[in-house]
Design a protein around this ligand. Structure first.
Ligand code: BTN
Length: 333
């Protein structure tokens, strides 16, 4: 597709002027076609300057998503090797579920520039405006017992933190089980969904949905949410970071499938900032307070209550001291 190829060429020359003639020669189309495609790319958020008599310049801080640029940075064998790039969708998780997943290869990845109904945990919405985040879903087909699904969220959270550290040089932290924080504010959420074969009692597939805030944060949530562009000087990172998240995810997924779970538990726990903190565990039927002691072998949270009893938290919401719960639909990230 011309638009994709053009963005890829400009990405490869980011920060440099490329003449219209050169672009039209390389892509084998007219200069007029190049100009039309440039206009569309601009509408989609790419920052491209046209310099009279010299050509086009993709600015260093331009952050347009490009399938080819992401592929160029991939070192994976499976994850992201089959990829769909969408301009807008209700939810990448929902979209992936609507496909015939049995015909898709493991590692198939859906990325969207925008989600109009991004889904969070516990029935919440995940605010996903165009160009302001990385919104992606990965299809996995692990042959594992259903009870181990939580572990895949641990893998994804660790992968995201490692990728952010590598690309942006900042150390993010984890709030069990699926939230990535930076300096006390939420930076990323993960939603793991699975389909169980009723006949076999096994997993058909698992979808790992990852949403990372990279751009603007609405005023009403800036006390509780942050983004990479607010915390980090690097601009135009979406393609590189998307690829690195997929690279890290594949590597950790293999570690998991090889049975080296302790390695993952260690990496995850190093970033688990709620360790030793007093938290409230909020479940539909009851809430209780306790001190976070760590994780068990399955990645479930161990919490000690005031009477010294140890509770194993499988699901539910963890509230930090002073943190309020967010009702579904009112919540953004
Ligand atoms: C949470 O914070 O509760 C989880 C948020 C997960 C958001 C991601 S964005 C990509 C994927 N598609 C969705 O609809 N949700 C996940």
């Amino acid at each position: 597709m011309l638009k994709e190829d053009l963005l890829y060429l400009l990405e490869k020359n980011k920060g440099k002027v490329v003449s219209g003639g050169e672009l039209s020669r390389q892509l084998n189309v007219s200069r007029n076609a190049i100009w039309k495609a440039i206009k569309v790319l601009r509408q989609e958020g790419s920052k491209i300057e046209s310099l009279p008599n010299s050509g086009y310049l993709l600015l260093e801080d331009s952050d347009g998503l490009s399938k080819q640029s992401i592929s160029d940075h991939l070192t994976t064998k499976k994850i992201g090797q089959s990829m769909e790039m969408l301009k807008t969708i209700d939810s990448t998780n929902q979209y992936l579920k609507s496909l015939n997943t049995s015909l898709l290869p493991e590692g198939h990845t859906v990325i969207s520039n925008e989600q109009t109904a991004g889904k969070g945990r516990l029935g919440r919405t995940f605010y996903s405006p165009a160009g302001e985040g990385i919104f992606l879903s990965v299809l996995l087909k692990p042959l594992i017992p259903i009870k181990e699904v939580t572990f895949l969220t641990l893998c994804a959270a660790t992968a995201v933190c490692q990728a952010i550290e590598k690309v942006c040089g900042i150390r993010s932290e984890i709030k069990w089980v699926n939230d990535i924080f930076y300096q006390g504010k939420k930076l990323c959420g993960i939603l793991t969904e699975g389909s169980v074969s009723a006949e076999m009692g096994t997993l058909d597939y698992v979808i790992i949905g990852i949403g990372i805030n990279t751009g603007k944060i609405p005023e009403e949530v800036e006390q509780i949410a942050t983004s990479l562009s607010l915390e980090n000087q690097e601009q135009g990172i979406r393609n590189g970071l998307t690829a690195e998240v997929l690279n890290q995810l594949e590597s950790i997924y293999h570690t998991f499938l090889n049975g080296e779970k302790q390695e993952i538990l260690d990496s995850y726990s190093e970033r688990l900032f709620i360790l030793g903190q007093t938290v409230t565990i909020r479940m539909p039927e009851k809430s209780y307070q306790g001190t976070v002691m760590g994780l068990n072998d399955s990645g479930q949270l161990l919490v000690k209550d005031g009477d010294g009893n140890i509770h194993t938290v499988i699901a539910g919401e963890i509230l930090l001291e002073g943190e309020k719960t967010h009702e579904p639909s009112k919540t953004r990230n």
